[in-house]
Design a protein. Structure first.
Length: 260
């Protein structure tokens, strides 16, 4: 007797949501979903839990590392494909399940991003959706890879710096465009001893003396802003904007699992 169990899951991790955190989060969510739907379908609960954990771990790791909409699709696809293979499906069936999982994960990610942006605007955020989406995606990749990302904010866009200038506690800004009105960079290691979540003194001096635009630091918990006019009066403190940012997605995608 064969039965089909399906589950859709998309959630957020805690402040320690780097690559391992996303993988573990995906594994836990996948295990719970897999066990629950196996029980509902009268199948082996332990097998559903184990397969869900493995596929959730794979999807969470891949989705988190790639980040953004591409990560959502890849995480959903890889998790669904893995789950189908674990249940003994043929490669062809597993591939189609993976495509379905990727599409659904992509759609859920898009909805969650838009909901997060609506909350950001409601609480006073100034960025456009395009700016918010690009900075959120860069931040997700930064936190997963534990490297600083940065970019220039223009009137309605964000120009992300090349990958060659990224390190664990530094980033090399690209050439400032004439249209720049702000600058952002991430502090992905701010939960570790010796790192700051907000602007360092060198960040402030660079913003005020070299770049001469407002500066934003995206930490794991908060967004900080340094207004460049403060530099002219000798003020070296940045402000916690207390605004939401879309972070730490993990992917427990749609899967079709069959068992006898």
């Amino acid at each position: 007797m064969r039965s089909v169990a399906s589950a859709i899951g998309l959630g957020s991790l805690s402040s320690n949501g780097a690559l391992l955190g996303a993988s573990i989060g995906g594994a836990v969510g996948g295990g719970i979903s897999g066990a629950g739907f196996s029980a509902m379908g009268g199948n082996n609960v332990f097998k559903g839990f184990l397969n869900g954990m493995i596929s959730g771990f794979v999807g969470g790791a891949i989705g988190s590392y790639i980040g953004g909409f591409g990560g959502a699709f890849a995480g959903g696809m890889s998790g669904s494909f893995t789950n189908s293979i674990l249940y003994g499906e043929s490669f062809e069936n597993a591939f189609y399940s993976g495509i379905i999982g990727g599409v659904i994960s992509y759609g859920l990610y898009n909805l969650q991003m838009k909901n997060s942006y609506n909350q950001y605007k409601k609480e006073g955020g100034e960025w456009s959706y395009k700016q918010y989406r690009k900075i959120s995606t860069a931040s997700q990749r930064s936190f997963a890879r534990e490297k600083e990302f940065g970019g220039w904010i223009t009137n309605d866009d964000v120009l992300i710096d090349p990958s060659s200038g990224r390190g664990k506690d530094f980033h090399a800004p690209s050439t400032k465009p004439n249209t720049a009105i702000g600058r952002f960079h991430t502090h992905p290691n701010s939960v570790k001893a010796g790192y700051l979540e907000s602007h360092s003194l060198s960040d402030i001096v660079t913003a005020g003396f070299v770049q001469k635009v407002d500066s934003y630091v995206i930490g794991r918990e908060n967004i900080f802003r340094y207004d460049v006019w403060k530099y002219r009066i000798g003020a070296h403190d940045s402000t916690n904007m207390r605004l939401p940012m879309f972070r730490y997605p993990f992917y427990n995608p749609f899967w079709l699992s069959s068992s006898k």
